[in-house]
Design a protein around this ligand. Sequence first.
Ligand SMILES: [Zn+2]
Length: 358
Amino acid sequence: MRERLEELRREALAIVAEAGEEARLREVEVRFLGRNGEITGLLRQLGSLPADQRPAAGREANLVKAALQEALDQRRDQLQQASLARELRGEGFDPTLPGPPPPAGALHPLSQVQRRLEDLFSSMGFLVADGPEVEWESYNFDALNIPPDHPAREAQDTIFVRAPQATAEASAAAESDGKADGVVLRSHTSTVQIRALKKHGPPLRVVAPGRVFRQEAQDATHEHTFHQMEGLVVDRGVGVAHMLHAMNSLLEGLFGRKLETRLRPGFFPFVEPGFELDARCPFCDSGCRVCKGSTWIELMPGGLVHPNVLEACDVDPEVYSGYAFGLGLSRVVMLSYGIDDIRWLLSGDLRFLRQFPS
Ligand SMILES: [Zn+2]
């Protein structure tokens, strides 16, 4: 056994001394010292030796092991030093090779869908409008024909930045310095339509995409901050047929094909009559999780603009009429990409976002 050990020692050290790269050293390590290595194997046979020879043989085998390990470490060091020195001298360094590519960013899925819709509406002659996210209470509610006692105004639904003046006296006092109006984080993008209509007057075709805010108990379908896109058209002789055409074109642009749609009556203070537009589920023929088995998905509320809204924007409802519709942008993104929890959208989680290259 002693001879065999000596043989292995000499052979291993010779290979180490000649090794020109670290990979070769790893081979040696596995071959001699690894779990099934030759020296390890020899150590295992110690048990078969006569008892009085075992201690000496064991010691010797361990010495050989240690010596080989040390030689390996030294040689590895030498090789690393040499390679570093070569690099410092500029050998083996090719400055013409391309560097690692910089990581490419991508648009957020919300932005991707929003831009697609903006393109679509621009092509139909709509103006894309923007507006403030911190808004007057009167723009968020009064101008949209939402009465003062409407539940949506309550603080548990709307996020107030500044409460409206509660008493008539306080209100009168505040009126004089222009602070009677409450200030809210807008709870819908309809405020932008009011601003656009006041600014441009009819005829007008406008869409307003953007963030809106609500006091919500958060869950998979509710988030305190989400995205909407609303559309408004005001002109002479505008009716439900025009609205339907715009909504259907929008859906076709979104899903890439015509979807069967239906109108149901719906109530929203700023339209009269009001509708809910449902579309045939784009994901199934006979019911699925998205449509909850009904084959219809509720997509867009809309209707003909209420005369009070037109009047609030100094537009004569005897001459002009209009339609408005709203689209839950966040919801459409979830539908288009099969996202099952709205909270992913604004989570900022890169594992989520990297799934949506532009
Ligand atoms: Zn379905």
